[in-house]
Design a protein around this ligand. Structure first.
Ligand SMILES: Cc1cc2nc3c(=O)[nH]c(=O)nc-3n(C[C@H](O)[C@H](O)[C@H](O)COP(=O)(O)OP(=O)(O)OC[C@H]3O[C@@H](n4cnc5c(N)ncnc54)[C@H](O)[C@@H]3O)c2cc1C
Length: 298
């Protein structure tokens, strides 16, 4: 067991839960919706809702998760400021990729009928090819669909070629998963410089781009790039995670006419939220650092 996994598992669940509070909207769909409503009412901030849960191993659990998304979609009827985000692992990839693709397509069909955005998140590198292939196969039928590219991966600049002709909707972020140095940049500055390169290429190819970072320097650089390239404000947006304190930046972006969207996870069971936070701590040393700093009262 790695040291990070040991530390993450050693922290008592109730402490992880206390730490999770700002990052997780709550333990019901209604709480997720209440956060989305408040963000929009108070500052015009839009949201993408995510039901917490990853790497489900049984068909029954996957089916339950998919049903929650269908319930969420129904509840979004009068909320044009919300989209949905899903994870292949949560939708059954580890049970059977064919089952997973069918689950994604069923939700995509309903989202398309409702005019609701649906983003397929990007998980670990064992799912990258599959996610891009599935997105490529479904996007033409369901234009509301989007996906994610992780700029830490060396392959990502080339992956943009796979999106040619799709009029893709891409969230671009550095990625949370720990990837070995033979496949990815290990230095954050390099990941973020690559984010700018990938952003430029996505814009050149005419895709809708969502810049997903909290680094104010790189938000400013991305914004300067979008403005230099003349990207209309209805062809790009900035995205951040619920709980990361970036209110002033979000207000500035809104005042300049950009869409700002927060990723709002909610859990139906706090155990899922605790598991999510523990996994994030293992995957991301900086997240583990933030947790430890919090626990030390720093
Ligand atoms: C909307 C959205 C969706 C995402 N979807 C995916 C996805 O599908 N797949 C994927 O692999 N990754 C995803 N990510 C995760 C992302 O790639 C990074 O792991 C995360 O955003 C931190 O990277 P950063 O660019 O903000 O840079 P960092 O250098 O990590 O962070 C910059 C600064 O932001 C603050 N900060 C960042 N994260 C936190 C935190 N959790 N708590 C407190 N402060 C923090 C810190 O002050 C830090 O110094 C998503 C991120 C966002 C914003």
């Amino acid at each position: 067991m790695s040291f990070r996994r040991f530390v993450a598992n050693a922290i008592p669940g109730r402490l992880v839960r206390a730490f999770a509070a700002p990052y997780v909207a709550g333990d019901s769909l209604e709480k997720g919706l209440a956060v989305a409503d408040r963000l929009y009412r108070d500052g015009g901030i839009e949201t993408t809702l995510d039901v917490l849960g990853e790497a489900e191993k049984t068909e029954a659990k996957v089916t339950a998760a998919v049903e929650i998304y269908h319930r969420a979609l129904d509840a979004l009827k009068d909320r044009p400021y919300c989209t949905l985000s899903i994870k292949p692992g949560h939708f059954g990839y580890y049970v059977d990729p064919v089952f997973c693709a069918a689950n994604i397509e069923r939700l995509a069909r309903c989202c398309q009928a409702a005019g609701r955005g649906l983003t397929v998140d990007m998980e670990d590198t064992d799912v990258t090819d599959w996610t891009l292939a599935t997105y490529g196969a479904l996007k033409a039928k369901y234009p509301v669909m989007g996906t994610v590219l992780q700029s830490r991966l060396f392959r990502t600049l080339d992956d943009v070629d796979r999106l040619d002709g799709l009029n893709a909707h891409v969230r671009l972020c550095i990625g949370i998963y720990n990837v070995p140095g033979k496949l990815a940049y290990t230095n954050k500055r390099e990941m973020k410089e690559n984010l700018l390169r990938v952003l430029r290429k996505l814009v050149e190819r005419g895709h809708y781009v969502c810049v997903g970072t909290h680094d104010t320097l790189y938000i400013a650089k991305a914004r300067a790039l979008l403005e230099e390239m003349g990207v209309p404000k209805n062809r790009c947006e900035f995205q951040m995670l619920l709980g990361v304190p970036r209110e002033a930046t979000q207000r500035e972006l809104r005042a300049a006419g950009y869409t700002v969207r927060l990723y709002v996870p909610f859990a139906l069971d706090w155990d899922d939220a605790v598991a999510y936070l523990r996994r994030r701590m293992v995957e991301s040393p900086s997240m583990a650092g933030l947790v430890l700093k919090n626990l030390a009262g720093g």
